[in-house]
Write a protein that binds this ligand. Sequence first.
Ligand code: CDP
Length: 247
Amino acid sequence: MGTASDIKLINEDGLRLDGRSADELRPMKIETDVLARADGSAYIEWGGNKILVAVYGPREAFPKHTQDIDKAVVKARYNMAAFSVDERKRPGPDRRSMEISKVISEALSSAVMVNQFPRAEIDVYIEVLQADAGTRIAGLTASSVALAAAGIPMKDMVVGCTAGKVEGQVVLDLSKEEDNFGQADLPMAVLPKSGNVVLLQMDGDLSVEEFEKASSMILEATKKIHKIQRDALAGKYKAIALERSGE
Ligand code: CDP
């Protein structure tokens, strides 16, 4: 058994433990409309992450004191299932999940046309069934697909990805081992049309040059992720069209 310091995260050929190159994403797939009762839903598998998102609303915000007379409030709730991680996760909210819910709510509020729905709330339930690093970004990326599937008007999708530093090298889309034993983790999310950054957090240390490299790697990757989001939604509308043509 090796210890953390014995684990070689990048080999002599520049390949990572799972065989990826520095700027390669883990496999990803997104499905929509996986839950019958939600107004919109999405399921994402990204690397070993498995996350379900259910969207409800816009509906009258409750309790009333949470209402904003000018716009809708986006209430995202990020939750990890007890069985989603190696060590049983104690059920219920904790500081980490509250922080993640807050940054996801803020990121989604920048994309949704909240001014169209004064006093309303839009609920986004993010359930992490299996966690494998990068869950906030995977949950956020799936949430914007679920919002679109619910027909909620948005200026743009929200597309996220992480990069980080592992053994002195900047790499895209950290795996669990890289997240645990690496030197930095940079989750970031953008609105692809405007390029506006709607989530940016950092754990660890990056120099200015490393930060620039990491963020440009992320921006490049968001183009691919955005296409996977669009394809998932196109699949939904194709299915509706087929159903109608069969009538
Ligand atoms: O998931 P994300 O990278 O957005 O957030 P993090 O706080 O950096 O957590 C990284 C990873 O640590 C998660 O994706 C989980 O795989 C793992 N984790 C865990 O094993 N137990 C927890 N209570 C929380 C996180």
